[in-house]
Design a protein around this ligand. Structure first.
Ligand code: SF4
Length: 471
């Protein structure tokens, strides 16, 4: 039995042994993969759409600085208050100060992974403000005092029976393993929460610079209620979510919904363009947008790592990942799990905090094959592995670079190079080592904990080839 102090490894080992969790994930992920496949039945059209999606996102990133300025200008013209946050702490401070100014005590939240990224709920609780989740999956996760295990389906790790138990225990409703009944009951509670909330907080899927429009994709109508019922709306997004033109949203929306849930389009596509006007009956009195950096500018400075910012958070890479589908989202221990988390979290939290993530991959390439915006995830994982061993952290674009570099490593690699550069010494060394192969240890922990150690051949490759040539 291997003992380890690596928290990721410990959590993954526990997750792999949890049969119920594995069954929940396996059935959910199989279903999502099938739905995506059916949604993209024309593979030629899919490839053309992926190329277009990648171009749209790349174009937005190339022009990112100008587009952000244009977005800010347009939003201000429409009466939206724009705030810039370099760090999660700054973003939380901004939201707390709006909340205090509004004398708010309750915030109703639409689904927002950026709010998870800055751990907003806990921070608001510290100043006595209650954050109530309104997305059904987030609502379940909040009742269970957990974090989302998937970026699109936060409660995917729970099956119907577990959710029935949870709702019965936490809300007192009758226990019925009936999804429709449970949804109706949750809806009644959520309606009440919408009416009582002082502030609605939502994420943003795309922000259109030319029109100053914040687009929100959702299925439950909770996003629309969150952004229209309370008198104040706060939207929060990463700075990379901006696109140049309104027409850019069409291919991205098609790719996002079909890649995420296999739907041709979601039930709701909200386009928010400012607070309620004088002649309008609905909508918030004030709208704020918080633009969060949190390591994104650092990624932006690197021509290769920049590709990470193309992500539209569809989760297809997670649904198809052989590691994620077996260990689930919580084992990763960070806001974004799965392949996207492995290439994103090192920039948000630093490689020193996340060094296990880039190595938790077989580099099978399934993630890159399904990514709707063609992010070369395996290449970025290899790059991050290199960064973890970077010889000069100061010259790297990744926070925490060089964390895995050990003092002896350069010496070993220099010896390796020296050994391979001389023909005679290379032959001498390989012959000596092959003679000493009987000293091979029985276990090479942790490699052999889960694998059978292959037996070395009795004769070397050269010996075998020479023998064959003589025949
Ligand atoms: S990396 Fe690609 S597949 Fe994964 S969430 Fe982002 S857009 Fe979707």
């Amino acid at each position: 039995m291997n003992t380890t102090t690596d928290p990721f490894q410990e959590r993954s080992e526990a997750a792999v042994k949890d049969k119920k969790l594995r069954a929940n994930f396996l059935s959910a992920m199989n279903g999502l993969m099938e739905k995506r496949d059916l949604a993209f039945d024309d593979k030629t059209q899919l490839e053309a759409l992926r190329i277009l999606g990648a171009q749209v996102r790349q174009n937005s990133l190339v022009k990112l600085p100008e587009l952000l300025v244009e977005l800010e200008t347009k939003l201000i013209q429409k009466g939206v208050q724009v705030h810039w946050a370099q760090t999660p702490t700054e973003a939380v401070d901004i939201i707390q100060s709006i909340t205090l100014k509004e004398k708010a005590t309750k915030i109703i939240k639409g689904k927002s992974m950026v709010s998870e990224e800055i751990h907003l709920n806990d921070k608001m609780e510290q100043i006595g403000v209650e954050c109530l989740e309104s997305d059904l999956g987030e609502y379940i996760v909040q009742l269970a005092k957990e974090t989302p295990s998937h970026i699109v389906m936060p409660a995917i790790h729970k099956n119907t029976a577990e959710i029935a138990d949870l709702l019965h225990e936490k809300t007192g409703i009758e226990r019925k393993e009936d999804a429709l009944y449970m949804t109706e009951q949750a809806r009644l509670q959520l309606r009440q929460n919408f009416m009582e909330a002082d502030i609605g907080l939502s994420g943003v899927n795309f922000a259109v610079a030319e029109t100053g429009t914040l687009c929100l994709v959702e299925n439950e109508g909770n996003g629309r209620l969150t952004t229209t019922v309370p008198k104040t709306h706060i939207a929060i997004m990463g700075i990379e979510k901006v696109v140049e033109k309104l027409e850019d949203t069409a291919p991205l929306l098609s790719l996002l919904t079909r890649s995420a849930t296999g739907q041709p389009i979601t039930t709701y596509f909200n386009m928010i363009s400012g607070p309620r006007k004088e002649d309008e009956l609905d909508g918030p009195e004030s709208v704020h947008l918080v633009l969060l950096d949190h390591g994104r500018t650092q990624m932006y400075q690197d021509d290769e790592l920049l590709d990470t910012l193309r992500c539209i958070r569809c989760a297809a890479c997670m649904n198809h990942c052989p590691v994620y589908t077996r260990i689930g989202g919580h084992a990763y221990g960070f806001t974004y799990p799965g392949p996207i988390g492995k290439i994103l979290m090192p920039h948000l939290e630093g490689l020193d905090e996340t060094q296990s993530l880039p190595t938790a991959s077989s580099l099978c390439g399934a993630c890159a094959e399904v990514c709707p915006v063609k992010i070369p995830i395996p290449d970025l994982l290899v790059r991050l592995r290199e960064e973890a061993n970077h010889p000069n952290a100061q010259s790297s674009n990744v926070k925490g670079a060089g964390v895995k570099r050990r003092g002896m490593e350069p010496v070993i690699w220099s010896m390796w190079r020296w050994w391979h550069q001389g023909g005679t010494r290379y032959r001498l060394m390989t012959t000596t080592l092959s003679r000493l192969r009987f000293l091979q240890p029985g276990t090479l922990s942790p490699w052999t904990n889960t694998r059978t150690l292959p037996k070395l051949a009795k004769k070397t490759f050269h010996q075998q080839m020479n023998a064959r040539a003589k025949k």
